[in-house]
Design a protein around this ligand. Structure first.
Ligand SMILES: Cc1cc2nc3c(=O)[nH]c(=O)nc-3n(C[C@H](O)[C@H](O)[C@H](O)COP(=O)(O)OP(=O)(O)OC[C@H]3O[C@@H](n4cnc5c(N)ncnc54)[C@H](O)[C@@H]3O)c2cc1C
Length: 378
């Protein structure tokens, strides 16, 4: 793959460090976590100690004071190893930014150091059984009662749902006002009336916990409001380009990894007296994969550069998510095919990646919603 001009020497050193961490602390345990349906809490603490969490949190809040390229490196190196269990990107680059952008000074001083160390694990609760793409239809309610909010409702498909110590919850504070009546509220694990359902069984991402969350008369002080009351929907929308870019970066790297896995396999495996790679069909398929890998990387790096400059717009980020997730699906299916029956066995990374990838065309905004957003900007 071509050299990537975006990253400095210091970033590349960090990449080496992350790679070593993934090889030592993630890869050997990932099978067990897939069986457990969740990664260990120890991993989070180790990642915190190694400076892999919340890369962009400034030093004054206990963070490493890095930039978004450091975050991108963590996402890419986990993807390169085919390890989808640790939801560090969700914690560090999707939820933590809400606190950084909208948190009060007290909230930041209280929470950011614990998030950096991995002591406090984060989740974001938007989706409900009756409202996913159409978030305005959410029913979870937070009513003011003196100095408290009283929360009632239910969320579903929440990543880090079992592990999370702190949930950024989207709830209606003015139910008559539609999108303009949604607020973000911090809910701690130990609040009375806050319970989590079972760890949901998924077709992929087996090592990542995904859960329902239930709120029954949960009282939280109004100081747990994140940002302005009734501005939650806009706050969510403001952070979405970064989430979509992260998904795109993960896809670009997984495509490159799938090419490597498949080259290695097809060069080794023999049929009809030659390697699978030697069949013209295999070489042509791999040539197409390589071409898509290059195009995907070029597009995502262009978006990454724009994001670092603060110029990545919602429609382009949505286009990146749409394009890369659809490319990934095509690439993994073709690469799996080249593995034959072994491609269907979970012990091969291509099989896991294939099942894991299905999620990316749905979560973080479905492909159809991406098309809606892109078409609105035409
Ligand atoms: C593994 C996993 C992890 C997740 N993690 C989280 C999390 O941490 N926090 C969280 O809040 N949510 C999370 N989600 C939820 C995810 O964001 C939603 O599943 C997603 O937004 C789609 O919502 P839905 O499932 O309700 O589908 P629906 O909104 O019911 O959509 C069903 C189908 O209709 C299509 N559709 C909907 N509206 C339109 C339209 N206007 N035009 C055309 N087609 C349309 C959709 O594209 C889809 O194909 C996760 C989901 C998964 C699978």
């Amino acid at each position: 793959m071509p050299q990537r001009a975006l990253f400095t020497e210091e970033h590349e050193m960090f990449r080496e460090q992350v790679r070593r961490f993934v090889d030592k602390e993630v890869v050997p345990y990932h099978d067990q976590w897939e069986r457990d349906g969740v990664v260990s809490r120890d991993l989070w603490q180790a990642a915190g100690e190694a400076g892999l969490l919340c890369c962009e949190v400034p030093e004054e809040y206990g963070g490493p004071g890095g930039d978004f390229l450091h975050s991108a490196i963590v996402v890419e190196e986990l993807a390169r190893a085919g390890t989808t269990g640790p939801a560090f990107y969700l914690h560090s680059d999707i939820v933590a930014p809400y606190l950084m952008a909208y948190g009060s000074e007290d909230q930041k001083r209280h929470w950011l150091p614990e998030m950096v160390s991995g002591e406090t694990i984060l989740a974001v609760g938007m989706t409900e059984p009756g409202a996913g793409s159409d978030l305005q239809g959410m029913k979870t309610r937070a009513e003011r009662d003196g100095n408290h909010f009283v929360i009632n409702g239910q969320k579903v498909f929440i990543s880090n749902g079992q592990l999370a110590d702190l949930v950024v919850l989207a709830a209606k504070t003015d139910p008559e006002a539609g999108a303009k009546g949604i607020s973000l509220i911090l809910v701690e694990r130990e609040r009375e009336g806050f319970t989590r359902g079972r760890n949901l069984e998924k077709i992929g991402y087996h090592a990542q916990d995904t859960s329902e969350l239930f709120f029954e008369n949960v009282r939280v002080p109004i100081t747990n409001l994140l940002g302005e009351e009734n501005r939650g929907f806009i706050q969510l929308m403001e952070q979405l380009p970064q989430e979509r870019l992260l998904i795109a970066l993960r896809c670009a790297t997984t495509i490159e990894a799938a090419l490597e896995w498949t080259l290695a396999y097809t060069r080794e495996r023999k049929a009809f007296g030659r390697t699978i790679f030697d069949f013209q069909n295999s070489r042509f398929k791999l040539a197409e994969v390589k071409t898509r890998a290059l195009a995907t990387r070029a597009f995502t790096d262009q978006c990454l550069a724009a994001h670092v400059r603060g110029e990545l717009d919602t429609a382009t980020a949505s286009a990146a998510k749409l394009f890369t997730t659809e490319q990934l699906a095509w690439v993994l299916d073709e690469c799996l095919q080249l593995h034959g029956g072994y491609g269907y066995m979970r012990e091969y990374p291509i099989a896991r990646a294939w099942a894991d990838a299905r999620m990316s065309r749905i979560a973080g905004g479905s492909s159809e919603i991406m098309k809606e957003i892109i078409s609105r900007a035409l």
